[in-house]
Structures are given as C-alpha cells and as structure tokens.
Design a protein around this ligand. Structure first.
Ligand code: NAP
Length: 547
C-alpha cells in the first residue's frame, strides 16, 4: 500500500488558524464527517495522528488482521457510485484491502486536502467568552473552531501490559495496534505473544506458520468460532452489488445492524437433537451467525448460555488434539457470547503444531517480569527474538481520557465521566457545548460503519437545523442526559455480558483505575435507537438547547 498522503498545509506554530469545524481523527468516522461537513459549506480541519487515513485499519496492520463482519455490509453506503465501483475481494476483507478501500475513498472525494496528518490532539478547551473550541496539538500548534467533532474510535487507545521490566527486552516488541509498516519477518524466530483476545486470535495462526517457535501467554481464554472466509468472484460481487439496497435496508432493521438476526425460539424449548443440528449449521456458516443469529435467549439466560457454551467447548475439544491444551482454551469464567466473540481462521488448530506452546499464566506459570532476553515466569526464563503485546485497549473512554477536553467553566470531561460516561445518545455530553461525538460512549454501535454513518447523518442534521434557524450554539440538556443514561443502564441490565470483565464493561486489569464496572455502550435494540434519533430530528431537536 503506497503511503500517498498529501499533507494539508500546516500553519506556522504561532499562527492560530480558525475553522468552522475541527474533527479529531481520520478513520471511517472522521472521513465521512469531513465529507458531510464540507457539503454544508463549512471550513473543516481534520487532525489525525497517523500519516494517512484509515484509523483502526491504518494502525492495526498485524498479520491476520481482517474484518470479521461481511465486507459488503461494512463499507460506506452514502455513495451509490462508490458502492458500484468498489469490488470487495473477500467476504471478510483483510486489512490491506480495507486500507486500500479507505485510501480510494479519500482519493475519490479529495479528502486529504483538509486533513493534517502526524497531528495528535492533546487538548481541546471550550472558550466561554469566544463561544468556540481551542484545540492544541502535541507540536504546540493551536487552532480554533466553532464546532468540535470527536471521531476517535472506541478501540484506539492501545494498552501495553503492566508487567515489570517491560522496556528491558533487547529485541523488537510490538503492540498490534502500532504494527510496523514494513512486514515483520518471523522466519526462524522465537516469538512470544501475550494475550488471547480477538487480535491475538487472528494473529496466532498466521505467525505460527512462519515462526520457528511461538509461545502464547494466556491469562484468560476467550470463546471463538470459525470465520469461514472465502474469496468473492466477479459474478458474485455483481450479484451483491445488485442487492446492496436490500442488504443495507435489512441491516437497518436488525437490532445490531448486521445481516444476522436472532432465531425467535428459546434454546431450551427446542428439542436437543434439533438444537444441536441448528448449532452445527450455524458453526459451519461464515460470520457472526453463531453469535447474533443464535436462539434469542443465549445472551440473557444462564441455562441457555450454558448449553451453547457446552456446544462450543465440545468443538474446541474436537479441534485441539491435546486434551489438556483444549481444556485450557475453554473459558470457565464467562459464557459464550458474553464477551465480544472473535472469529478465527485455524486458531485452535494452531495449537496442534509442534512449534506452538500455550502457557497458562494464571494456573501454571504466572509471568514475573520481562527481561532483556524474554519473559521470566514463576518456572523459568523463556527466551525470545520478538515479543508481541496483544494486550488490547482502554476501550471507549480511553481515547477521550488521553485528550485534555474541557467544556464550559473549565470542567474536564475525564472528571465529568469519572464514575460513568453521561451523554445524550452517546453524541453530546452535558456542559460541552458544540462538541459532537461519533462513536461516543452510550451510542448504538453494533455494525460500526453503519453506526458511524447514522451518527454522522444525525449530527450534520443538527448543524443543518442550526443554520436554518441562525443558531451557533448547541448543548444537550441535563434531563435528557439523565434519561438517556438511565435508558442505557436499563438496557444493559438483562445481559449476561454486563456481569463479565472486559473492555466493554470498563473492567480492564491492564489500566490503572479501570476496576469499576461501567456501562460503556448502548446495548439496546438498534432499531429503537434509529427510531429515537428520527423522532428527535422530526420533532425539531427540542431535546437540545440552541442559541
Ligand atoms: P482484548 O480482547 O482486550 O484482549 C487482550 C488480551 O490481553 C486478553 O487476553 C487479556 O487477558 C490479555 N492481557 C492484557 N494484559 C495482560 C497481562 N498483563 N498479562 C497477560 N495477559 C494480558 O484486546 P484485543 O484482542 O486487542 O481485542 C479488543 C477488541 O478489538 C475486540 O474485542 C474486538 O472488538 C476488536 N477487534 C476486532 C477485530 C475485527 O473486527 N476483526 C480484530 C481484533 C480486535 P484477560 O482477558 O485476562 O484480561
């Protein structure tokens, strides 16, 4: 992938440029926001930390990285021309193809001229007197704007493991979210990887094919199911294109905006043979059907969840030859689907290879420290040439916390959200005028690109309304924030996932202070969410205070 970025002209350090809108981030959210804001005739500057567009798909270049949602439901749908001209090559697009797609979008709509790369935003302060935002970059450069859009993703604040000696390793050490732009050659190398989340589950089978020895340090296993990826032929792609409208309309009608929809039956109402046959079918099909297209109660009913968990455990036992290793790969602390299910391509079979070793860091060999040569456990010092920290992210609020965001009267967003995020629709926070968040906490976000498009359309709708009514200042109201926060918390209550530790529930053992369970997303029905935003728009945005 050529790095063909054209840098938007960078003003002098002392010069404070003024724009109508500043967007933080040039991933899928920021790119589309820029496109729509330009259409409104606004002057826009996007600040992006990377050297090119793509966000998640720019940073996460690790081996095996790919969509685990169907490519043809995971692109932009705002431009029919773009949909017509772009051919997805695989049902679950590999990262290089996705990045190529996003570069194509940037070229096609000439987005880069308003994007300033290598520009990390460190602070954004609301100026009460000037009624505008003042944004500061790591370089010291400053800029001002009436509106601030955060398009910083939910998984962009990566976390390194809090293990003593982490920086003392002599060889190369990588986090998958900061993977080098030139491919890493594992040939003949002894590789250690810490973590067994969705990222590692994609990377491990690929690295195992090349490395001399791959040692996986697992703290807690995750449930995973097969992706069943395949190539898309020309005729098949044409057929998909002819159905795009129907496909996207269908997604918009499902609770998580995916093509998959839950089976209306309850697990234990279905006779065991029929249930087993249904699960076999789902397990053999591509994509998230085994998770989202399962019986409707598997994510809320303990007994139903135990039954599907046992089915998946059986599959792991069938696929992993060594029974002891298989048992270690079966989660015991949470049920299937109660954490985000990674979809895999040969993950379990990787442990059948002679060059792959699984180390259980809870029950067998706790990690004591990282040394110059490798990883020292309670039993031995294991030596490596390369280390990989696939240790995840400070999800959802982490990226906000890394920017000093201050609203009216200097109130800090981090302080305002110390106990829990509080927003209206996950898009506006109380006390932060003219700041709109794409993929903010408490928004609906099943199928992420579709959630992004929906948010951008809603938010630019607010701006259009403001222009028509000569408003320059928008805020959310306390009562709306209270009500939405209650709605979000209530929607999470019945879910088994709410009781489990994960980046989605805010309990992240790798980040200091992330020990309190919080609801970080709207887990209600996406159809209801669309209805709610439509009602707000049709009702003339009465939920907001305008000036
Ligand atoms: P993750 O799911 O949070 O996994 C992090 C892993 O690192 C966990 O296994 C964790 O163990 C382990 N870990 C963290 N600190 C550790 C330490 N100090 N010692 C030992 N182990 C440690 O992170 P991720 O795999 O990067 O995935 C995050 C999310 O990104 C996914 O849930 C998914 O939403 C998204 N993702 C999507 C795709 C895709 O769309 N294709 C691909 C990859 C990721 P514990 O579980 O014990 O904490």
């Amino acid at each position: 992938m050529p790095d063909t970025q054209v840098l938007a002209e960078r003003p002098d350090r002392d010069q404070v440029a003024e724009y109508d809108a500043i967007v933080i981030g040039a991933g899928i959210s920021g790119m589309f926001m820029l496109y729509r804001l330009r259409e409104l005739g606004l002057t826009v500057r996007v600040f992006e930390a990377g050297t090119n567009v793509g966000g998640t798909w720019y940073w996460n270049r690790y081996p095996g990285a790919r969509f685990d949602s169907e490519s043809w439901t995971y692109g932009y749908s705002f431009s029919k021309e773009l949909m017509r001209e772009w051919d997805w090559k695989e049902h679950f697009s590999p990262q290089p193809d996705t990045l190529e797609y996003l570069n194509h979008v940037a070229d096609k709509f000439d987005l880069r001229r308003d994007i300033q790369f290598r520009s990390t935003v460190t602070a954004a302060h609301w100026d009460d007197a000037g009624d505008q935002w003042s944004v500061t970059l790591e370089s010291g450069q400053r800029a001002k704007s009436r509106f601030l859009f955060t398009a910083i993703g939910i998984l962009s604040a990566h976390t390194l493991p809090a293990i003593p000696g982490r920086d003392s390793f002599n060889g190369p050490a990588y986090h998958p979210a900061r993977w080098p732009h030139t491919p890493v050659d594992f040939t003949g190398k002894r590789v250690g990887i810490i973590g067994t989340g969705a990222t590692a589950i994609q990377a491990i089978p690929e690295i195992a094919k090349q490395a001399k020895q791959l040692t996986v340090f697992q703290r807690r296993p995750n449930w995973a199911a097969p992706l069943h990826n395949s190539r898309i032929g020309k005729d098949e792609m044409e057929a998909i294109k002819s159905r795009y409208e129907e496909i996207y309309a269908h997604c918009a009608r499902t609770p998580s905006w995916f093509i998959h929809e839950a089976d209306p039956r309850k697990t234990l109402d279905v006779p065991p043979d029929e249930r087993e046959a249904f699960w076999e079918k789902r397990y053999a099909e591509p994509g998230f059907g085994i998770w989202m297209g399962n019986f409707r109660d598997i994510l809320v009913d303990e007994k139903a969840n135990a039954a599907i968990s046992e089915f998946i455990a059986k599959k792991i036992r069938q696929r992993v030859k060594d029974p002891k290793v298989a048992e270690k790969l079966i989660p015991k602390d949470h049920g299937f689907g109660s954490r985000r299910v990674p979809l895999e391509s040969g993950y379990f079979e990787a442990y059948n290879r002679d060059n792959v070793t699984l180390v259980d860091t809870i029950n067998d060999e706790p990690i004591e420290c990282i040394t110059s040569k490798g990883i020292k456990t309670s039993k031995q010092e294991r030596e490596f040439d390369i280390l990989i920290y696939a240790t995840g992210f400070d999800g959802v609020t982490g990226a906000f916390d890394r920017i000093d965001i201050r609203g009216a009267n200097g109130i800090g967003l981090k302080d305002a959200w110390a106990e829990s995020p509080r927003t209206f629709l996950g898009m506006l926070a109380e006390g932060f005028p003219n700041m709109l968040m794409v993929l903010g906490p408490h928004t609906a976000r099943g199928n992420i690109p579709q959630a992004i498009e929906h948010s951008v359309e809603f938010q630019t709708g607010i701006l259009r309304f403001m222009r028509e009514h000569n408003h320059t200042h928008v805020e959310t109201r306390k009562e709306q924030v209270d009500e939405w926060t209650r709605t979000v918390i209530k929607a999470a209550e019945p879910l088994l996932s709410s009781k489990v530790d994960s980046w989605q529930t805010g309990v992240n053992r790798n980040v200091e202070g992330r020990t309190v369970r919080r609801v970080l997303g709207y887990n209600g029905n996406g159809v209801h969410f669309r209805r709610k935003t439509d009602e707000v728009a049709k009702g003339g945005y009465q939920e907001f205070a305008f000036r």
